[in-house]
Design a protein around this ligand. Structure first.
Ligand code: IMP
Length: 428
């Protein structure tokens, strides 16, 4: 029996989708504990890529149980369309997909508020899925939980108090009465759709633990988008770090056996905010094209840059990462020199660890170490020793700089395109 948490160590889009899918084959339960349908996990099913935003990709395995726990914000419309997509592929949710009754909902007014804020003074570059406004309501105790949605009278009362409070802003883009009518028109069908999946997921997980099942907690987004430890305010509104799994799923930290960090061989970011190793030149454009770095949720081009060891060291520390899984090493083929950022410089001073100051984050410059690059295709390589020597050196240098061993290397989207470096005792 094992309980693993998988986190992203950069700004999201590290390739967690493939990793979670890879690990899911041995999991009994796959659990989403934070975020919402802002995430986008691209997976290959029957040789075709498709994207899941909310439902864990473990659902593609017929006998796995998939949970969305209390820390997630759920858009009922988004969930319904994802369920429809899965159904069209012959994948049923009944009996193996569960939603926490305590999870908060994203309703159409959250999406509108996200839109209004994004068009305002501070632009975060959000996915405009209503994530921030839904979490804000949760914290200000105005939120509507799944359990509230199921009780019609409670829902209607809460809806009205929410709309009343938000009317001054919403009326600027649409009459609040019209919005209310639309929400009520969709309500009966969506409530009936959600109802069979709703349960106390804390008890389900406790039982799974008692029965010594393998449980995989999958994080969405990445450490640098963490509300507390990321590049605030250019972050998401939840905690993607491993500690988020405890609060977001209702399990004690003593129940977690290991934390795995997914790390891309270079760095990307979507949306606004500081990114010390960003490359605004042809090298950055090359990485974008080779790595097909376009947002899975919004289609936006991702900003690209060299590997930042300061960022990943921060992630290893914050999540207590035991093992790393390195992705997209193949996308670095053909560079004469590979650069790794080992520290930052600000006003002549060397900064070794990720700074909290937004001024320093925005104005610091990376201090690079240069390593020789590698040529020739490494796709299809299945043993670490068969990688070009310079690729091996790059991997080993990353391990040393960030302070965690690399257990797996992914060289493509397919399951077989994975090299085991360590003893692969991920599920013990
Ligand atoms: P929000 O989560 O939609 O509020 O967006 C906040 C920030 O997180 C923006 O910079 C988004 O681009 C970023 N973000 C949200 N979800 C993801 C993701 O799954 N991958 C990468 N970036 C994300």
């Amino acid at each position: 029996m094992s309980t693993l948490v998988v986190v992203g160590t950069q700004w999201g889009d590290e390739g967690k989708g493939k990793v979670v899918h890879y690990l899911s084959s041995q999991a009994d339960y796959i659990v989403r504990y934070q975020g919402g349908n802002n995430a986008g996990h691209t997976i290959i099913f029957e040789n075709k890529p498709f994207v899941l935003h909310l439902i864990p990709s473990g659902i593609l395995f017929p006998h796995k149980k998939c949970l969305i726990t209390n820390g997630v914000v759920i858009d009922p419309e988004g969930l319904a369309s994802e369920a429809k997509l899965l159904k069209s592929k012959g994948l049923e949710l009944e009996g193996r997909f569960f939603i926490s009754e305590s999870a908060h909902l994203i309703l159409p007014y959250h999406r509108l508020l996200d839109e209004i804020r994004e068009n305002g003074r501070i632009r975060i570059g959000t996915t405009r899925r209503g994530i921030g406004p839904a979490y804000a309501d949760k914290v200000t105790r105005l939120g509507i939980r799944v359990v509230d949605y199921l009780e019609e009278k409670v829902f209607l009362d809460l809806l009205d108090s929410n709309l009343k409070e938000k009317a001054p802003l919403i009326n600027n883009i649409m009459p609040v009465e019209k919005l209310r009518r639309e929400i009520l028109a969709a309500y009966p069908k969506l409530r009936n759709f959600i109802k069979p999946f709703v349960t106390n997921t804390v008890l389900l997980l406790e039982e799974a633990n008692r029965k010594k099942k393998n449980i995989l907690f999958e994080s969405a987004q990445g450490t640098m988008l963490d509300l507390d430890f990321g590049t605030y305010p250019y972050v998401t509104s939840s905690n993607p770090i491993s500690g988020g799994a405890c609060v977001g799923a209702g399990i004690g930290p003593t129940k977690i056996n290991a934390v795995l960090g997914v790390v891309k061989a270079y760095t990307t970011r979507v949306g606004e905010g500081p990114f010390p190793t960003e490359l605004k030149d042809s090298v950055g454009e090359g990485l974008r094209e080779t790595g097909q770095e376009y947002g899975a949720t919004t289609g936006r081009p991702r900003r690209c840059g060299w590997f930042d060891a300061v960022v990943v060291r921060h992630a290893v520390r914050l999540s207590g990462i035991d093992h790393l899984i390195l992705t997209k090493l193949d996308c670095l083929e053909g560079h004469t020199t590979l650069k790794i950022c080992v520290a930052y410089k600000y006003k002549g001073k060397l900064i070794a660890e990720f700074p909290a100051s937004r001024t320093i984050q925005a104005e610091c410059t990376p201090v690079y170490e240069e390593l020789p690059g590698f040529t020739g295709s490494i796709r299809g390589v299945t043993a670490f020793a068969k990688l070009p020597r310079n690729a091996q050196r790059y991997v080993k240098r990353i391990e040393k700089l960030v302070g965690a061993p690399i257990e797996l290397i992914s060289l493509g989207r397919k399951r077989e395109e994975t090299i085991t470096v360590g003893k692969n005792h991920l599920w013990s």
